[in-house]
Design a protein around this ligand. Sequence first.
Ligand SMILES: O=C(O)CCC(=O)N[C@@H](CCC(=O)O)C(=O)O
Ligand code: ZN
Length: 336
Amino acid sequence: MLALGKLLELTLAGHEPASKIQLTPQGTRLRWLAEGALEITPACGRDNGMDLLLSAGIHGNETAPIELLDRLLRRIARSELQPRARVLLLFGNPAAMRRGERFVEQDINRLFSGRHELSSGGEAMRACELEHLVSSFFIDSGRERLHYDLHTAIRASRIEQFALYPWAEGRRQSRRECARLQAAGIDAVLLQSKPSTTFSAYTYAELGAEAFTLELGKARPFGHNELVNLDRLELRLQALIEGNEPPIDEQASLHLQLFAFARELIKHSDAFTLHLPADVENFTELAPGYLLAEDLANSRWIVEEQGARIIFPNPKVHNGQRAGILIVPAEASLLA
Ligand SMILES: O=C(O)CCC(=O)N[C@@H](CCC(=O)O)C(=O)O
Ligand SMILES: [Zn+2]
């Protein structure tokens, strides 16, 4: 296998490869661009016009998707997969991956779309570097741009595998992309309705890619991901890489559940109290009238929405950060 196929090993060891460009016997080119960043170019004459960005490790302790990208890359480096798509593989936060922690100083997934300029430290510099890498990768406007940013969640989920679909002014979220996600085993999509500073929001809103954050199960350490079943996603990613994806039937009914963003809980102070059990699962339903959280100055979050559910409840975030999202069921008619 080509040495650059061991990008994960190199990244975890903090090593720079001696040789930055390698070719498989069939002519696929692997090029190391920076720590945790590898560009894959199809052999001459095979390129099908897709630019596919696959990222994982934006949160350093979310190892199942990191292992998935490692498996895909090794297959490419062993010539078991013959790419037709241009691919950029990114391990987002190598320093946090080495520690097995979500982040070192601050959550890198709050630092995109230029927010890193207002901050400093390793994660701010890495967010800036990632923006440069992906904007150089998505350089040709005539090509299909697709980004899956792969994550696992802190807690268990009633809906195990789901996507967050970013929002941009004047652009409707795509039914075809939801059908593609359904075929990859994704059970629900949350349609965002405001700008965000996540990685997928950056590639969606600033670079015009179809882009998603995929939540694929519960975060566990390396080697302990047997409960996270990524088989359907893995098959779909292989097909995207090899350019033999089965046709997407846009007209077929969508079985995946759609949700819309209702409200965000922001933790304003150390007095913030979340009235949910510590082991509450993502997508737990909350009845109207339920007192969800309290904070300084008698501020209270009371559920008003019918069919509301909570995702990502986390009272331990820094003050000023999101401590949960309330979502409600949405109709497919929102999609274009
Ligand atoms: O499990 C949790 O509480 C957090 C999971 C997580 O990290 N989610 C992403 C979602 C990104 C998005 O909104 O697209 C995040 O918070 O960064
Ligand atoms: Zn994450």
